[in-house]
Design a protein around this ligand. Structure first.
Ligand SMILES: [Zn+2]
Length: 670
C-alpha cells in the first residue's frame, strides 16, 4: 500500500491527486519527506570533495522536493478547506517544521561549505541568478546564527525562545482586553447607527451573554460605531477603551513586555553583528537601510499631515455647527468625516454591485492579461480539494504557461482573507512541469455572485500575484515568482489593481446583471472619488505607526515605551485629532511576532512603487502599451528574486520610484 502523496502523480499537469489523498496520509508522508530532506542535506555537508556551487548550493535546491510535494496539498486544504483533523495536524506540523529548519541551519559542516563559497564568490564565475542564490543561502544561515559559537550561540537560542514566549503573551493580552471590555447599548444609544451595525452589535451581545446590543473593541464593530454614532459621550468612552487595549495595568498589561521585546531584539541584532534590529531586518529588503525607510515615510508625512490639517478645520466647523463648544477630538473624526462623505461623495454600494458580476470580472482580469502579456485562458476540469474550485489552462502562442485555479467563494472551512499560492512554482530545470497557481478569495456565494468595488480590487490584486508566479522565468525554484523581498512582493499585485478601475475596462465588463447596460460615467467617477476620500486621516494614522515602529527598532527606548512613543509623535507633530492606527500596547504587527517588526512601512513602500509604476503607462497615455508591458514582464514580473529588486525596478522605470504618483493617487498633492 503506497502513500498517494509520495507516489508518482499521473494526474493532468501532475496536480496533487486530491481524490486519492486522505487526511491520514499527511503525517506519515511528512515524516518520510523530512527524513529524506535531512539525509540529502547531510550528504551535501559530508561530501568529501571540496565545495562547489553545483555540489552545495545547487544541490540544496532539490533536497526538499518531497516535502513540497507533501506540504503543497496540505497547505491548500488546511487554508481553504479545513476540518478539525487538518487543524490538529497544523498544530502538530508547525513545531515539527520549526525544529526541522533549526536542524538545517545548525548544520555546521554544511554552513562551512556555504561560507567557503561565499568568501570566494567573485572567483566562481557565477551568473547573476546563481550569485543571488548563493547570497540567499549564505545570509539565511548567518542571520539565523549559524556563524556563532559558544556563549554567543547559546545566548541567541535563549533570546529566540524568550522572544517567542513574549510575543505570544503580547497577543494573548490584547485578546484578553478585547474580550473583557464591552459597552452595553440601550435603545437611546443606537442613535445614528445603521441596521447592519445594530445587527452585528446584537450578535456581539449574544456572544457576551447580554440581552441587547453591545459594542466591543473589535475593529469591525468599533470603527463603524465611531463613524455612525451621533452620541459623542459614547464615542468618547468607546475610543478611550479602544486606545487602552494592552495598557490597562494588571496582568494583561503589555508595556513591560513591549520594552523587553525591543531590548532583546536589539541584543539579537548586536550578537549577529548589526548596529540595531532595523538594520538587521532591512538588510534583505528592497529598502535596505533605516535611512531609506525614514526618508520615504517623512516625505509622505508632511503632505499627509497638511491634508489632514485642512480636513480637521472642516470637520471642526461641523462640530461647532452642531452646537458643541469644544476642539475636535479623536472620537469625533470618523463621525464628522462620515457626515461630510454623505453630503459630498456618497456612493451606494447597492447601486454599484449589480455591475460587478464575478464571471464578468474574472473575464476582465483575463482580458487585461491577454492584452498586456498575450496570455490565453481555457477552462479545464480538474479534481481538486473542493468542487467550487475552477481551473484554467494558461497558454501563450500555443505553449503551456501554467495551470490557474480560482477558489472564489467563502465557506466555513476556509480561513478569512484572500491569498495567492503556488501548488508548484516555476523553474527552468529540464522536464519541469508548468507552475500551478491558486487564487483564494472569500466572496459571498450567490447566483449571480455580485462583488463590491473592494472585492473587484481584491480579485485583481490576487491575480497580479498569480501573474508574478505564472510569468516567472528563472532557473531556481527558490527564487521564482513571489519569492522576493517583503517590500517588493506587493508591487505586481497592487499594480494590477490599477487596470480593474480603468474606465475602458469597466465600460466593457462592468455590465448590469439584469439589463446588460454598461456602468455609467457618473458611477465610474463616484467610485474614483470614494476611493480617495479622507486619505489625509488614513495616511497620517498609518504613517504614525510606521514611524514609531522604525524609531523603536533603530533607537531602543531605555525608559518607558509610552514616553518614547510620545517623544516620536511630538517630534513629527502628530495632529491632536488623530491617533496612531496601532499604538504600542496593542501593535500586533510589531510585537506579536517578527513578521512586520521594523517592517510596517512596507505597505506604503509598495504603494509608492505601484503608483509610480502605473504612472509609466499614464505618462504615455496608453495603459496597454505593448513595449512597456513587455518591459514590465522582462523585469519585475519574470525575474522573481533572481535579481535585486531595486535593480529590477530601475530597469523597468529608468530610475527608483518617486512619491508624486502616490500623493496624486491619494489626493494628497497640493
Ligand atoms: Zn497581496
Amino acid at each position: 500500500m503506497t502513500n498517494p502523496l509520495l507516489d508518482v502523480w499521473d494526474t493532468p499537469f501532475q496536480v496533487p491527486p486530491f481524490a486519492k489523498i486522505t487526511v491520514a496520509d499527511f503525517a506519515p508522508a511528512l515524516d518520510i519527506a523530512m527524513q529524506d530532506d535531512l539525509a540529502k542535506i547531510d550528504a551535501i555537508g559530508q561530501n568529501p570533495r571540496p565545495a562547489t556551487f553545483a555540489n552545495t548550493i545547487e544541490a540544496l535546491e532539490t533536497t526538499s522536493e518531497l516535502m513540497h510535494k507533501v506540504l503543497s496539498p496540505f497547505y491548500a486544504m488546511a487554508g481553504a478547506h479545513t476540518n478539525s483533523e487538518l487543524d490538529a495536524l497544523m498544530r502538530e506540523f508547525s513545531p515539527k517544521l520549526a525544529a526541522h529548519g533549526a536542524k538545517i541551519s545548525g548544520n555546521k559542516a554544511l554552513f562551512q561549505r556555504i561560507e567557503t563559497l561565499w568568501n570566494s564568490k567573485d572567483t566562481l564565475g557565477l551568473s547573476e541568478e546563481q550569485m543571488m542564490l548563493l547570497k540567499d543561502q549564505y545570509l539565511g544561515f548567518v542571520r539565523s546564527g549559524a556563524a556563532l559559537t559558544g556563549e554567543a550561540e547559546a545566548r541567541l537560542t535563549e533570546i529566540k525562545s524568550r522572544l517567542s514566549v513574549l510575543c505570544t503573551t503580547f497577543t494573548q493580552n490584547v485578546l484578553a482586553d478585547e474580550r473583557d471590555w464591552f459597552m452595553e447599548l440601550t435603545d437611546d444609544d443606537l442613535e445614528g447607527l445603521p441596521d447592519f451595525l445594530i445587527e452585528a452589535a446584537r450578535n456581539a451581545g449574544k456572544e457576551k451573554g447580554v440581552n441587547g446590543p453591545v459594542i466591543t473593541t473589535s475593529r469591525s464593530l468599533i470603527a463603524p460605531f465611531l463613524q455612525f454614532s451621533s452620541r459623542r459621550d459614547l464615542r468618547e468612552i468607546a475610543k478611550r477603551a479602544w486606545d487602552a487595549r494592552g495598557a490597562n495595568g494588571g496582568e494583561h498589561d503589555n508595556l513591560a513586555i513591549a520594552q523587553e521585546i525591543l531590548l532583546l531584539r536589539q541584543e539579537r541584532a548586536e550578537l549577529l553583528g548589526y548596529k540595531n534590529f532595523a538594520e538587521f531586518k532591512l538588510e534583505t529588503e528592497m529598502a535596505k537601510t533605516p535611512d531609506n525607510v525614514r526618508d520615504l515615510l517623512m516625505n509622505v508625512w508632511e503632505p499627509a499631515k497638511s491634508a489632514a490639517e485642512r480636513d480637521a478645520k472642516i470637520l471642526s466647523s461641523m462640530l461647532h455647527a452642531d452646537g458643541i463648544n469644544d476642539a475636535l477630538q479623536t472620537w469625533d473624526w470618523r463621525y464628522y468625516a462620515e457626515q461630510r462623505r454623505k453630503a459630498e461623495f456618497d456612493l451606494d454600494e447597492a447601486e454599484i454591485k449589480p455591475y460587478f458580476e464575478l464571471t464578468n470580472m474574472i473575464n476582465a482580469s483575463f482580458h487585461v492579461a491577454g492584452r498586456l502579456f498575450g496570455l490565453q485562458f481555457e477552462p479545464i476540469e480538474l479534481d481538486l480539494y473542493h468542487p467550487d474550485c475552477k481551473s484554467w489552462r494558461v497558454t501563450r502562442d500555443g505553449a503551456d504557461v501554467a495551470v490557474f485555479i480560482g477558489d472564489y467563494f467563502a465557506r466555513g472551512s476556509k480561513r478569512s482573507g484572500a491569498w495567492c499560492s503556488a501548488m508548484r512554482s516555476q523553474t527552468n530545470y529540464p522536464n519541469a512541469e508548468i507552475p500551478i497557481v491558486v487564487n483564494v478569495c472569500n466572496f459571498a456565494k450567490g447566483d449571480p455572485c455580485l462583488l463590491s468595488t473592494d472585492d473587484v480590487r481584491t480579485l485583481f490584486h490576487e491575480f497580479g500575484h498569480a501573474l508574478h508566479q505564472m510569468l516567472s522565468n528563472v532557473t531556481y525554484r527558490s527564487l521564482s515568482g513571489t519569492s522576493v523581498a517583503r517590500d517588493f512582493v506587493e508591487l505586481p499585485s497592487q499594480l494590477y489593481e490599477h487596470w480593474a478601475m480603468l474606465p475602458e475596462i469597466l465600460k466593457q465588463f462592468a455590465r448590469h446583471v439584469d439589463t446588460d447596460e454598461p456602468i455609467s460615467d457618473t458611477l465610474i467617477e463616484r467610485i474614483g472619488q470614494a476611493a480617495t476620500y479622507d486619505m489625509g486621516f488614513s495616511t497620517v494614522e498609518y504613517l504614525a505607526s510606521a514611524i514609531v515602529d522604525l524609531e523603536y527598532h533603530t533607537n531602543v527606548p531605555n525608559d518607558d515605551v509610552m514616553a518614547a512613543q510620545s517623544r516620536v509623535l511630538d517630534q513629527i507633530g502628530m495632529p491632536s485629532e488623530i491617533t496612531m492606527r496601532h499604538a504600542t500596547p496593542h501593535f500586533a504587527h510589531v510585537f506579536a511576532g517578527d513578521g512586520y517588526s521594523a517592517g510596517y512601512y512596507s505597505y506604503i513602500w509598495s504603494e509608492v512603487m505601484d503608483a509610480d509604476a502605473f504612472a509609466a503607462f499614464e505618462e504615455i497615455e496608453n495603459p496597454f502599451d505593448a513595449d512597456l508591458a513587455q518591459k514590465l514582464e522582462n523585469t519585475v514580473l519574470s525575474k522573481g528574486g533572481s535579481v535585486e529588486p531595486d535593480v529590477l525596478y530601475t530597469q523597468f522605470r529608468g530610475r527608483m520610484p518617486g512619491i508624486d504618483a502616490l500623493l496624486q493617487g491619494r489626493g494628497l498633492a497640493t
